[in-house]
Design a protein around this ligand. Sequence first.
Ligand code: GCV
Length: 712
Amino acid sequence: MRLLCRAVFAACFSFCLSTGAHAETGYDLWLRYTPVEAQYQQQYKVTRLDAPAPSPTLRAAVAELNRGFAGMLGNAPPPENRAEMDGTLFVGTPTSSPAIAAMKLPLAALGAEGYLIRNVTRNGRKAVAIAANTDIGVLYGAFAYLRMIQSRQPITDTMSAPKTQLRILNHWDNLDGTVERGYAGASIWNWHTLPGYIDPRYIDYARANASIGINGTVLNNVNARAASLSPEYIEKTAALADALRPYGIKVYLSVRWSAPVEISHLKTADPLDPAVRNWWKNKADEIYRAIPDFGGFLVKANSEGQPGPQDYHRTHADGANMIADVLKPHHGVVMWRAFVYANDPKVDRANTAYNEFVPLDGTFRDNVVLQVKNGPLDFQPREPFSPLFGAMPKTSLMMEFQITKEYLGQQTHLAYLGPLYEEALQSDTYEHGKGSTVAKVIDGSLDHHAISGIAGVANIGNDADWSGSIFNQANWYVFGRMAWDPEISARAVAQEWTKQTFTADPAFVTPVVDMMMGSRDAVVDYMTPLGLELIMAHSHHMGPGPWDVIGPREDWKAPYYHRADAVGLGFDRTTTGSDNAGQYKGPVKEAFEDIAKTPDDYLLYFHHVPWDYKMKSGRTLWNELIARYQRGVDKVSAMQAAWAAQNSHVDAARFDKTAAFLAIQHREAIWWRDACLAYFAQFSKRPFPPGYAPKYPLATYEAMPMFASPKP
Ligand code: GCV
C-alpha cells in the first residue's frame, strides 16, 4: 500500500509538472493523459467505475484509470453504486468482480495475460467492460483502454492476448551505476539505497512497461559481476521484485559463469562437477526463498572474454542444462545467449554462432531458451536475419533486439527502430517452406517450442526523459508492442506512440510518422549503405572508423568487414568465400549466393563487388556508394524540415531538443559520408562526380577525436 501511495504521488507530481504551461521534460513518456478536446468529452465519458480491487495489481489498474480520467476528462468517476445510468465502466476478473462474472464474457481464449474490452448493455444501460482471467490481464486491458482515449479512437470491442511468453528488457546496467552502451544517464537502479528505499521512479518504470506488455526485466549487464549473486544483492533484487510485481514484471539476473569460483572459492566452474552443480542449486534455492517468482538467469558465456563451460571443454548445452536443472523445480528459465564468435581468421565471424549451436539442437532442456541477436554480427543498422532462426527446430529460440542505439547514432540521431524490428521479424527463413517467418520461430508457433520470447537491450537511464531523447522513447515503446504481437506493423505503432506522446492531430501525426518510418533507412544510407557492416569508430562505435585497425583481434578491425581493395568492396560470403550464404535456406540462400539476385541492401555483406560493377540503378558500384551516402544526408535534411514545420504542435522544450539533435545528426551524417568516401576513394581510385568530393583530406577525418565532427 505504501508503494502504491508513492506511485500515485510520483505520477501525480510528474503529471502536474508536465501538463501546465511548463515545458515537458519527457518524463511522462507516452502516459501523459492530457485533456481531451471538448468534442470528445461526451464520447469518452465514464459516469461510474465499478472495479472492486482486492489485489495490488487491480489497485494499480484502478489507480491508472483514475489518473487517466483525471488528466483526460477532468475528473475521476465516482466508485459508489449510484442509480444505474449509461456510462459505467466495469473492470475486473470473474473472481474479483460479480458484475464481470455475471456478464459471462468469452474469456477462455485470453489465457493468463490477455484482456477483453467490450461494449455491453447492462440493466438496459450502455456500459463498457474491461475483463480478463487474471489481474494482470485486467491491468493490460486498462492500459489498452486508456490508449484508445489518448489516441482519440472509439472504444471498440477488442480481444488481445500476447503471442510471446517472455517479453523482457535486458539492462546492461553495472552494479556501480554505469550502463554499458547506455546513452541516457546513469542506471535507474540505485543499488546503494536498495533495499531500504524504493525510488518512485521504479514504479513509473513498471507502469510504462506494463502499459506495453513487458513482463520481465534482467536487472544487470550480461557482462556480469559475480557479486550480483551475493546475499546482499539478492536482498536488493528482492526489494525490486516486490516493487515491480504488481505490474506483472518478473525480475531476472545475468550471471557470471565463474561465480562459484569467485564467490565461494571453488576450484572449478566445470558444469559437470558435482560441487559446482551443488553450488548453483543452493544459490537458486537461496534466490527463490527471497523471490518466489524469480524469472531465471541470462547467461553470456564464452563470448568476448567471458568465462563459460568451454573453458572446461564442455559445450554450451552442458552449461545451460546444468543451470536449467537447478532452476526447474522453481519454474525458472535459462536464457542462454548465442552471441559468440571466435577470433579464427579462417572462420567468418558471421558463421560462428550457427557452427557452434546448430549441432546442439535437441540437446537443451525444455526450460532453456537460446537468445539470438537479430543479425549474425552485432546490432548493425541493417543486417540479414541470423541464420540460427529456422535452423534449430528442437530448441526454443528467443529474439534479442537492441533498443539502445549503440550503432545507430546513440543518444542524438533520430532512428525509429520499428522498421528494423519488423524487417527482422518478417524475414522468411523457409524452414518449412514459404511463410516460415522469424516471427513464427520466436513466437513458438512454427516448431511448437516450449518457450517463446523477445528480449530488448534497454535504452533506459536516469535522464529526465528516460531514453536520452524523446524519439528514443519510441524504440522502447515499439519493442514492447512488437514483443506482445510480433505481427503488428511498425507504422501502426509509430502512429499510436506519436498520438500519445505529442498530439492526435493528423496534421502532426502524418508527417511525423512518415519521418520516423524513413529514419532508420537514413542512418543505413549515411553510415553503412549497401550491406557494409561494422565500420564504426573503435570501441565506442560513435562516428565513422572504416580505417580502424586498433586491437588484438582481426574481427575487431573494420577492414575485416569491408575488405576494400583495388578490385572492389565487400565480404565474399558465397561458396567462393566464407559460405555464410550456405547457412540460409531455399530462395533466401539462392538470392544471397547470386550477386545478380542479392538485394542491394545486402550486396556488400555477401559479395566482394568490383568498383565498376553495374548496379540495378545503372550506376557503377563506386557511383552508387556516393549516391547512397548523399541520399542519407539528404534524408536527414528532409527530417529537419519536417520537424521544423511542427513547431506549433509541440511544447518548446521537446521541440527545441529534437530540433537541436536533428542538427547534430545532420552534421554527423555529413561527417560519416565524407569520412567514408574519403577512405574508400583511396582504394577505388575513381573520381568523384563534381560537387561530391569530401571537404577535408582523409587524414583529417582519421584524426578526429571522439564526438567531434568536422565543420561541414
Ligand atoms: C554487453 C557488443 C557490444 C558489447 C556487448 C556485446 C554483447 O559487442 O559492443 O558492449 O556487451 O555486444 O552483446 O554481449
